[in-house]
Write a protein that binds this ligand. Sequence first.
Ligand code: G6P
Ligand code: MG
Length: 222
Amino acid sequence: QPKAFIFDLDGVITDTAEFHFLAWKQLAEEVGVIFDRKFNEQLKGVGRMDSLERILQLNPERAVMPLAEKERLAAQKNANYLELIAKTTPADILPGIEELLRTAQESGVKIALGSASKNAAFVLEKLELTHYFDYIVDAATVKNGKPHPETFTTAADALGVAYSDCVGIEDADAGVTAIKSAGMFAVGVGDAQHLPHADYRVDSTDELEFTDIIRRYEEHQA
Ligand code: G6P
Ligand code: MG
């Protein structure tokens, strides 16, 4: 069986993907950019400054601005986001996730968090899930964001597990690509249209079953 599971956070463990969307949408209105869910798909898994750059590109008049102004906008988005997640509790853990964490831990599988979010440790605390995690990747120290594999290889290196013994779980295409580029087995959560590269895909987290993931992983290795 695999030796480690590396989880994405936003959109896999809890539905903060929606709050990131809403926080950017508030900001987009301020900078005169039209921003919809379809465009938002390509921001999933993408870091704060890179996301801002992509949004600004939508309005050629605002695409060029001083770095200090960009930093102010990014800080504003984060303030919007923190306000939206203020009421997060363990009730916001997505269906099936805590059972998967518990089963993996009981089966001796190591668990890491591979999120691009600088708020990841804070959100895990609010969900009261920190104790399941052997390692949390610090997004501030990762030089190359998803789809680069660094987030996932950093987690595996910290756990001391070979990449081929790792399973990554993601809701974003950029994240699935990162997992695959790391040489790991990629589980995608979401619709097929957005996750064409996953090794194993489910529609939603309540379909994430430990034994199914192990079986699919082993079939893939064979
Ligand atoms: C995750 C989310 C992205 C978000 C990024 C940075 O990857 O999927 O939507 O932009 O984290 O999050 P942060 O909390 O650091 O702004
Ligand atoms: Mg995600």
